[in-house]
Design a protein around this ligand. Structure first.
Ligand SMILES: *Cc1c(COP(=O)(O)O)cnc(C)c1O
Length: 367
Protein backbone atom coordinates (compact mmCIF):
# COMPACT_ATOMS: atom_id res chain seq x y z
CA UNK A 1 0.00 0.00 0.00
CA UNK A 2 1.20 3.56 -0.68
CA UNK A 3 3.17 4.95 2.26
CA UNK A 4 0.88 7.99 2.58
CA UNK A 5 -2.03 5.64 3.49
CA UNK A 6 -2.50 4.57 7.12
CA UNK A 7 -1.15 0.99 7.30
CA UNK A 8 -3.88 -0.21 9.69
CA UNK A 9 -6.45 0.32 6.92
CA UNK A 10 -4.90 -2.31 4.65
CA UNK A 11 -6.47 -5.14 6.65
CA UNK A 12 -9.76 -3.41 7.38
CA UNK A 13 -12.77 -5.15 5.89
CA UNK A 14 -15.33 -2.67 4.66
CA UNK A 15 -19.04 -3.25 5.27
CA UNK A 16 -19.94 -5.37 2.28
CA UNK A 17 -23.15 -5.70 0.35
CA UNK A 18 -23.57 -7.85 -2.72
CA UNK A 19 -23.02 -6.28 -6.11
CA UNK A 20 -25.96 -6.54 -8.47
CA UNK A 21 -23.90 -7.99 -11.35
CA UNK A 22 -23.43 -11.22 -9.39
CA UNK A 23 -27.17 -11.72 -8.89
CA UNK A 24 -30.03 -13.09 -10.96
CA UNK A 25 -32.25 -10.28 -12.33
CA UNK A 26 -35.33 -11.14 -10.26
CA UNK A 27 -34.17 -11.59 -6.72
CA UNK A 28 -35.93 -11.56 -3.35
CA UNK A 29 -33.73 -9.38 -1.13
CA UNK A 30 -34.21 -10.85 2.31
CA UNK A 31 -30.69 -9.93 3.39
CA UNK A 32 -30.75 -6.31 4.57
CA UNK A 33 -33.85 -6.00 6.79
CA UNK A 34 -35.54 -3.39 4.62
CA UNK A 35 -39.31 -3.07 4.54
CA UNK A 36 -40.68 -5.32 1.78
CA UNK A 37 -43.15 -2.78 0.38
CA UNK A 38 -42.21 0.51 -1.27
CA UNK A 39 -43.97 3.78 -0.40
CA UNK A 40 -47.52 3.86 -1.81
CA UNK A 41 -47.65 5.59 -5.21
CA UNK A 42 -49.88 8.35 -3.83
CA UNK A 43 -47.19 9.28 -1.31
CA UNK A 44 -44.47 9.23 -3.95
CA UNK A 45 -46.61 11.52 -6.06
CA UNK A 46 -47.09 13.89 -3.15
CA UNK A 47 -43.34 13.95 -2.66
CA UNK A 48 -42.69 14.54 -6.35
CA UNK A 49 -45.25 17.32 -6.35
CA UNK A 50 -43.52 19.07 -3.49
CA UNK A 51 -40.25 18.74 -5.35
CA UNK A 52 -41.66 20.30 -8.49
CA UNK A 53 -43.58 23.09 -6.81
CA UNK A 54 -41.58 24.17 -3.76
CA UNK A 55 -38.12 22.64 -3.46
CA UNK A 56 -35.13 24.62 -4.69
CA UNK A 57 -32.55 22.27 -6.13
CA UNK A 58 -30.04 25.10 -6.71
CA UNK A 59 -30.05 25.95 -2.98
CA UNK A 60 -28.17 24.09 -0.29
CA UNK A 61 -30.32 21.94 1.98
CA UNK A 62 -31.57 23.27 5.33
CA UNK A 63 -28.46 22.65 7.44
CA UNK A 64 -30.38 22.72 10.74
CA UNK A 65 -33.11 20.29 9.63
CA UNK A 66 -35.42 22.19 11.90
CA UNK A 67 -38.87 21.27 10.55
CA UNK A 68 -37.80 17.62 10.38
CA UNK A 69 -36.41 17.70 13.92
CA UNK A 70 -39.71 19.18 15.13
CA UNK A 71 -41.70 16.47 13.39
CA UNK A 72 -39.43 13.74 14.78
CA UNK A 73 -39.68 15.20 18.31
CA UNK A 74 -43.48 15.03 18.10
CA UNK A 75 -43.36 11.41 16.91
CA UNK A 76 -40.87 10.35 19.60
CA UNK A 77 -42.91 12.13 22.28
CA UNK A 78 -45.93 9.99 21.43
CA UNK A 79 -44.05 7.02 22.90
CA UNK A 80 -42.30 8.84 25.72
CA UNK A 81 -43.45 9.61 29.28
CA UNK A 82 -41.94 13.10 28.95
CA UNK A 83 -42.06 15.55 26.07
CA UNK A 84 -38.98 15.39 23.78
CA UNK A 85 -37.79 18.72 22.37
CA UNK A 86 -36.37 19.23 18.85
CA UNK A 87 -33.12 20.29 20.60
CA UNK A 88 -32.85 16.69 21.76
CA UNK A 89 -32.88 15.39 18.18
CA UNK A 90 -30.02 15.19 15.67
CA UNK A 91 -30.54 13.83 12.17
CA UNK A 92 -27.93 12.12 10.04
CA UNK A 93 -27.34 10.61 6.64
CA UNK A 94 -28.61 7.30 7.95
CA UNK A 95 -27.94 6.35 11.54
CA UNK A 96 -24.58 5.22 10.17
CA UNK A 97 -23.54 8.87 9.98
CA UNK A 98 -24.69 9.46 13.55
CA UNK A 99 -22.62 6.49 14.72
CA UNK A 100 -19.59 8.15 13.16
CA UNK A 101 -20.47 11.51 14.72
CA UNK A 102 -20.73 9.80 18.10
CA UNK A 103 -17.25 8.34 17.62
CA UNK A 104 -15.85 11.72 16.55
CA UNK A 105 -17.41 13.34 19.61
CA UNK A 106 -16.23 10.78 22.16
CA UNK A 107 -13.28 8.59 21.36
CA UNK A 108 -11.10 9.75 18.45
CA UNK A 109 -7.48 10.87 18.85
CA UNK A 110 -6.58 8.42 21.61
CA UNK A 111 -9.22 9.81 24.00
CA UNK A 112 -11.17 6.58 24.31
CA UNK A 113 -12.20 3.15 23.11
CA UNK A 114 -15.60 1.56 22.45
CA UNK A 115 -17.18 -1.68 23.55
CA UNK A 116 -19.57 -4.00 21.69
CA UNK A 117 -21.09 -7.37 22.64
CA UNK A 118 -20.91 -9.78 19.68
CA UNK A 119 -22.58 -11.03 17.64
CA UNK A 120 -23.98 -7.59 16.93
CA UNK A 121 -24.33 -4.92 14.23
CA UNK A 122 -20.88 -4.67 12.62
CA UNK A 123 -20.87 -0.99 11.67
CA UNK A 124 -19.91 0.26 15.16
CA UNK A 125 -16.63 -1.67 15.08
CA UNK A 126 -15.90 -0.95 11.40
CA UNK A 127 -16.38 2.82 11.73
CA UNK A 128 -14.33 2.88 14.95
CA UNK A 129 -11.46 1.13 13.19
CA UNK A 130 -11.49 3.61 10.30
CA UNK A 131 -10.96 6.34 12.90
CA UNK A 132 -8.19 4.51 14.75
CA UNK A 133 -10.41 3.91 17.80
CA UNK A 134 -9.76 0.66 19.72
CA UNK A 135 -12.71 -1.75 19.89
CA UNK A 136 -13.27 -4.07 22.86
CA UNK A 137 -15.42 -7.07 22.03
CA UNK A 138 -17.35 -9.09 24.62
CA UNK A 139 -19.09 -12.36 23.72
CA UNK A 140 -22.81 -12.83 24.16
CA UNK A 141 -24.17 -16.01 25.71
CA UNK A 142 -24.14 -18.61 22.91
CA UNK A 143 -27.57 -19.97 23.94
CA UNK A 144 -29.55 -16.80 24.68
CA UNK A 145 -27.43 -14.00 23.17
CA UNK A 146 -27.71 -12.22 26.52
CA UNK A 147 -25.16 -9.48 27.20
CA UNK A 148 -22.18 -10.97 29.11
CA UNK A 149 -22.41 -8.51 31.98
CA UNK A 150 -19.48 -9.88 34.00
CA UNK A 151 -17.19 -9.89 30.97
CA UNK A 152 -18.23 -6.37 30.00
CA UNK A 153 -17.65 -5.12 33.55
CA UNK A 154 -14.16 -6.61 33.52
CA UNK A 155 -13.35 -5.01 30.16
CA UNK A 156 -14.68 -1.66 31.37
CA UNK A 157 -12.32 -1.89 34.34
CA UNK A 158 -9.27 -2.76 32.24
CA UNK A 159 -9.72 -0.87 28.98
CA UNK A 160 -7.03 1.53 27.93
CA UNK A 161 -7.79 4.12 26.71
CA UNK A 162 -11.03 4.00 28.75
CA UNK A 163 -14.30 2.95 27.16
CA UNK A 164 -16.25 6.08 26.20
CA UNK A 165 -19.11 4.40 24.34
CA UNK A 166 -20.99 1.16 24.93
CA UNK A 167 -23.08 0.15 21.91
CA UNK A 168 -26.25 -1.79 22.78
CA UNK A 169 -29.25 -2.70 20.62
CA UNK A 170 -32.89 -3.16 21.34
CA UNK A 171 -33.50 -5.65 19.74
CA UNK A 172 -30.08 -6.99 18.80
CA UNK A 173 -29.12 -7.67 15.18
CA UNK A 174 -28.59 -10.30 13.82
CA UNK A 175 -30.15 -12.28 16.69
CA UNK A 176 -33.48 -10.46 17.25
CA UNK A 177 -33.56 -10.62 21.06
CA UNK A 178 -34.67 -7.64 23.18
CA UNK A 179 -32.77 -6.41 26.23
CA UNK A 180 -33.75 -8.30 29.38
CA UNK A 181 -34.92 -6.49 32.52
CA UNK A 182 -31.64 -7.43 34.21
CA UNK A 183 -29.65 -5.94 31.33
CA UNK A 184 -31.59 -2.69 31.45
CA UNK A 185 -31.05 -2.47 35.24
CA UNK A 186 -27.34 -2.99 34.72
CA UNK A 187 -27.20 -0.31 32.00
CA UNK A 188 -28.93 2.11 34.37
CA UNK A 189 -26.19 1.90 36.96
CA UNK A 190 -23.23 2.34 34.59
CA UNK A 191 -21.06 5.36 35.44
CA UNK A 192 -21.90 8.63 33.71
CA UNK A 193 -18.49 8.86 32.02
CA UNK A 194 -19.62 6.17 29.55
CA UNK A 195 -22.04 7.06 26.77
CA UNK A 196 -24.63 4.27 26.51
CA UNK A 197 -25.98 4.08 22.96
CA UNK A 198 -29.20 2.12 22.53
CA UNK A 199 -29.78 1.41 18.86
CA UNK A 200 -33.55 1.17 18.34
CA UNK A 201 -33.43 0.67 14.55
CA UNK A 202 -36.28 -1.88 14.87
CA UNK A 203 -38.40 0.10 17.34
CA UNK A 204 -41.55 0.10 15.22
CA UNK A 205 -41.50 -3.70 15.03
CA UNK A 206 -40.82 -4.44 18.70
CA UNK A 207 -42.68 -1.49 20.26
CA UNK A 208 -40.20 -1.17 23.12
CA UNK A 209 -38.23 1.99 23.74
CA UNK A 210 -35.92 3.26 26.47
CA UNK A 211 -36.52 6.88 25.55
CA UNK A 212 -38.09 7.43 28.99
CA UNK A 213 -34.68 6.89 30.57
CA UNK A 214 -33.14 9.94 28.93
CA UNK A 215 -34.39 12.31 31.63
CA UNK A 216 -32.71 10.36 34.43
CA UNK A 217 -29.67 9.20 32.42
CA UNK A 218 -27.89 12.10 30.71
CA UNK A 219 -25.25 9.65 29.46
CA UNK A 220 -27.72 7.73 27.27
CA UNK A 221 -28.40 8.21 23.58
CA UNK A 222 -31.02 6.49 21.45
CA UNK A 223 -30.56 5.84 17.75
CA UNK A 224 -33.41 5.34 15.31
CA UNK A 225 -33.76 5.21 11.53
CA UNK A 226 -36.23 5.76 8.70
CA UNK A 227 -34.58 2.89 6.79
CA UNK A 228 -36.67 0.05 8.21
CA UNK A 229 -40.37 0.45 9.14
CA UNK A 230 -40.65 3.86 7.40
CA UNK A 231 -39.53 2.43 4.02
CA UNK A 232 -36.93 5.12 3.29
CA UNK A 233 -33.68 3.14 3.14
CA UNK A 234 -32.94 4.79 -0.22
CA UNK A 235 -33.18 8.26 1.32
CA UNK A 236 -30.68 7.72 4.16
CA UNK A 237 -32.29 9.35 7.20
CA UNK A 238 -31.50 8.41 10.79
CA UNK A 239 -31.81 10.27 14.07
CA UNK A 240 -30.40 10.41 17.57
CA UNK A 241 -32.34 11.31 20.73
CA UNK A 242 -30.30 12.48 23.72
CA UNK A 243 -29.90 15.33 26.12
CA UNK A 244 -29.33 18.76 24.58
CA UNK A 245 -25.61 19.00 25.44
CA UNK A 246 -24.80 15.72 23.69
CA UNK A 247 -26.90 16.68 20.66
CA UNK A 248 -25.19 20.09 20.44
CA UNK A 249 -21.79 18.36 20.13
CA UNK A 250 -23.04 15.87 17.52
CA UNK A 251 -24.22 18.88 15.53
CA UNK A 252 -20.72 20.41 15.70
CA UNK A 253 -18.82 17.43 14.32
CA UNK A 254 -20.97 16.55 11.31
CA UNK A 255 -20.72 17.86 7.76
CA UNK A 256 -22.72 21.10 7.36
CA UNK A 257 -25.07 19.85 4.63
CA UNK A 258 -25.30 16.22 5.63
CA UNK A 259 -28.86 15.54 4.53
CA UNK A 260 -30.16 16.32 1.01
CA UNK A 261 -33.29 18.43 0.73
CA UNK A 262 -35.25 15.65 -0.90
CA UNK A 263 -34.46 13.24 1.93
CA UNK A 264 -35.53 15.74 4.57
CA UNK A 265 -38.86 16.19 2.83
CA UNK A 266 -39.28 12.43 2.30
CA UNK A 267 -38.87 11.81 6.02
CA UNK A 268 -41.44 14.50 6.86
CA UNK A 269 -43.94 13.08 4.38
CA UNK A 270 -43.40 9.59 5.83
CA UNK A 271 -43.99 10.89 9.36
CA UNK A 272 -47.12 12.76 8.27
CA UNK A 273 -48.49 9.46 6.92
CA UNK A 274 -47.13 7.20 9.61
CA UNK A 275 -50.47 5.65 10.47
CA UNK A 276 -50.88 4.39 6.94
CA UNK A 277 -47.25 3.25 6.60
CA UNK A 278 -47.02 1.50 9.95
CA UNK A 279 -50.36 -0.23 9.49
CA UNK A 280 -48.59 -2.93 7.46
CA UNK A 281 -46.49 -4.03 10.43
CA UNK A 282 -48.97 -6.53 11.96
CA UNK A 283 -49.01 -8.42 8.64
CA UNK A 284 -45.23 -8.69 8.76
CA UNK A 285 -45.24 -9.84 12.37
CA UNK A 286 -47.80 -12.54 11.57
CA UNK A 287 -45.60 -13.66 8.67
CA UNK A 288 -42.62 -13.76 11.02
CA UNK A 289 -44.49 -16.01 13.45
CA UNK A 290 -45.53 -18.35 10.65
CA UNK A 291 -41.97 -18.67 9.40
CA UNK A 292 -40.68 -19.06 12.96
CA UNK A 293 -42.98 -22.01 13.53
CA UNK A 294 -41.99 -23.61 10.25
CA UNK A 295 -38.29 -23.24 11.03
CA UNK A 296 -38.81 -24.46 14.56
CA UNK A 297 -40.24 -27.70 13.20
CA UNK A 298 -36.96 -28.42 11.31
CA UNK A 299 -34.73 -30.83 13.23
CA UNK A 300 -31.71 -29.71 11.14
CA UNK A 301 -31.54 -26.26 12.71
CA UNK A 302 -32.11 -24.07 15.73
CA UNK A 303 -34.11 -20.84 15.36
CA UNK A 304 -34.35 -18.08 17.95
CA UNK A 305 -37.44 -16.02 18.78
CA UNK A 306 -37.29 -12.48 17.39
CA UNK A 307 -39.04 -9.19 18.12
CA UNK A 308 -37.70 -7.58 14.92
CA UNK A 309 -38.50 -7.96 11.20
CA UNK A 310 -36.04 -10.83 10.74
CA UNK A 311 -35.24 -14.29 12.09
CA UNK A 312 -31.90 -15.83 12.96
CA UNK A 313 -31.17 -19.56 12.81
CA UNK A 314 -28.20 -21.87 12.87
CA UNK A 315 -27.83 -25.24 11.21
CA UNK A 316 -26.84 -28.08 13.52
CA UNK A 317 -24.07 -28.78 10.99
CA UNK A 318 -22.34 -25.37 10.70
CA UNK A 319 -20.35 -26.41 7.61
CA UNK A 320 -23.61 -26.60 5.65
CA UNK A 321 -24.45 -22.93 6.18
CA UNK A 322 -22.45 -21.62 3.23
CA UNK A 323 -23.69 -24.25 0.71
CA UNK A 324 -27.28 -23.55 1.78
CA UNK A 325 -26.73 -19.80 1.40
CA UNK A 326 -25.31 -20.38 -2.10
CA UNK A 327 -28.23 -22.60 -3.03
CA UNK A 328 -30.78 -19.99 -1.92
CA UNK A 329 -28.93 -17.29 -3.83
CA UNK A 330 -28.89 -19.37 -7.02
CA UNK A 331 -32.62 -19.93 -6.63
CA UNK A 332 -33.15 -16.17 -6.25
CA UNK A 333 -33.52 -15.58 -2.51
CA UNK A 334 -30.82 -13.54 -0.82
CA UNK A 335 -30.35 -14.02 2.90
CA UNK A 336 -27.45 -13.01 5.13
CA UNK A 337 -24.89 -15.58 6.28
CA UNK A 338 -23.65 -14.11 9.54
CA UNK A 339 -22.49 -15.06 13.04
CA UNK A 340 -22.33 -18.75 12.17
CA UNK A 341 -25.93 -18.81 11.02
CA UNK A 342 -28.43 -17.24 8.66
CA UNK A 343 -30.49 -14.11 9.12
CA UNK A 344 -33.57 -13.86 6.96
CA UNK A 345 -35.60 -10.66 6.61
CA UNK A 346 -39.38 -11.05 6.66
CA UNK A 347 -40.57 -10.12 3.18
CA UNK A 348 -43.94 -9.99 1.46
CA UNK A 349 -46.07 -13.13 1.89
CA UNK A 350 -45.05 -14.15 -1.66
CA UNK A 351 -41.34 -13.69 -0.94
CA UNK A 352 -41.65 -15.62 2.30
CA UNK A 353 -43.44 -18.45 0.52
CA UNK A 354 -40.72 -18.63 -2.14
CA UNK A 355 -38.08 -18.56 0.59
CA UNK A 356 -39.76 -21.47 2.32
CA UNK A 357 -40.05 -23.57 -0.85
CA UNK A 358 -36.43 -22.94 -1.79
CA UNK A 359 -35.27 -23.52 1.76
CA UNK A 360 -37.02 -26.89 1.99
CA UNK A 361 -35.56 -27.87 -1.35
CA UNK A 362 -32.14 -26.75 -0.09
CA UNK A 363 -32.48 -28.89 3.00
CA UNK A 364 -33.13 -31.90 0.78
CA UNK A 365 -30.49 -31.21 -1.84
CA UNK A 366 -27.66 -29.59 0.09
CA UNK A 367 -27.73 -31.10 3.56
C1 LIG B 1 -30.52 -1.04 9.65
C2 LIG B 1 -29.84 -0.64 10.90
C3 LIG B 1 -29.49 0.68 11.12
C4 LIG B 1 -29.90 1.73 10.12
O1 LIG B 1 -28.87 2.29 9.48
P1 LIG B 1 -29.17 3.50 8.49
O2 LIG B 1 -27.80 4.04 8.29
O3 LIG B 1 -30.07 4.46 9.21
O4 LIG B 1 -29.80 2.94 7.26
C5 LIG B 1 -28.88 1.02 12.30
N1 LIG B 1 -28.64 0.10 13.25
C6 LIG B 1 -28.98 -1.17 13.07
C7 LIG B 1 -28.74 -2.15 14.14
C8 LIG B 1 -29.58 -1.59 11.90
O5 LIG B 1 -29.91 -2.86 11.73
Amino acid sequence: MATFLRPELSNLRAYSTLTSDSLPPEVDSLDTNEFPWDLPIALKERLAQQYVSTLASHRYPDSHHWPLRQAIARYVSEHSPTEISPHQIAVGNGSDELIRSILLATAIGGYGSILVAEPTFSIYGILAQTLGIPVYRAHRDPETFAVPIAEVNTLLGQAHPPVRVLFMLQPNSPTGNPLTAAEVDWLRQLPEDILVVIDEAYFEFCGKTLVGDLTTHPNWLILRTFSKAFRLAGHRVGYAIANVDVIAVLEKVRLPYNLPTFSQVAARVALDHRQELLAAIPTLLAERERLYERLQACPQLRVWPSVANFLFFRLREPAQTQPLWEFLKKQGTLVRAIAGGIRVTIGTPEENQRFWQRFEQGLREVL
